[in-house]
Design a protein around this ligand. Structure first.
Ligand code: GAR
Length: 187
């Protein structure tokens, strides 16, 4: 059985989809750590509910990104983590984490990359007036929402309600993340 770590900054619905799939046996893995850079984020309560250990930190408490990433790498190493899944972790990963886990860190993003990178992908896509939206899962490198694409799924929506696009997209995200993690872990 493989060990996964999930990094999140907010609500944690993707955390929950992955943790539930592990609990159900749909994913042959266990979530050994949840890393969160936002004390008080709802994902922490979800991790507690699933009995998943959390490492919650405030970046301001560290003198540099390298410092807190070193602490994270130590925890990942100690728990023999095979795959790191970023799930709404709203930070660029730096060389410290990448040099230790390159090729073993993936991210989910709510657009058809390389279109609409960044923290407001859905709002930007709606403002642009696109009619085909989508979700991308990709390997993480030092660029914002860059890195080799692993999986994508598109959906059509003709309107201007970003909240609705988020709702439609998240349903797709949860299924696509579980499927994709399963494929990667079985390689
Ligand atoms: C997800 O929709 C994910 O695609 C997005 O954050 C959301 C987190 O939701 N990630 C990014 O925008 C990364 N650039 P969740 O906390 O409910 O899983």
């Amino acid at each position: 059985m493989k060990n996964i770590a999930i990094f999140a900054s907010g609500s944690g619905t993707n955390f929950e989809a992955l943790a539930q799939a592990c609990a159900d046996g749909r994913l042959d893995a266990r979530v050994v750590l949840m890393v969160c850079d936002k004390p008080g984020a709802p994902v922490i309560e979800r991790a507690n509910r699933f009995g998943v250990e959390s490492f919650v930190f405030s970046p301001k408490a560290y003198s540099s990104k390298a410092d807190y990433e070193q602490a994270i790498v130590k925890m990942l190493d100690e728990r023999q983590v095979d795959l790191v899944c970023l799930a709404g972790y709203m930070r660029i990963v730096s060389e410290v984490l990448l040099s230790a886990y390159r090729g073993r860190i993936i991210n989910i993003h709510p657009s058809l990359l390389p279109a609409f990178k960044g923290a407001h992908a859905v709002e930007d896509a709606v403002a642009y007036g696109v009619k085909v939206f989508g979700i991308t899962i990709h390997y993480v490198d030092e660029t914002l929402d860059g890195g080799k694409i692993i999986a994508q799924k598109a959906f059509e929506y003709d309107g201007d309600d970003a909240a609705e696009v988020h709702r439609l997209g998240q349903k797709i995200e949860h299924a696509l993340y579980v499927q994709t993690v399963s494929k990667i872990l079985s390689r």
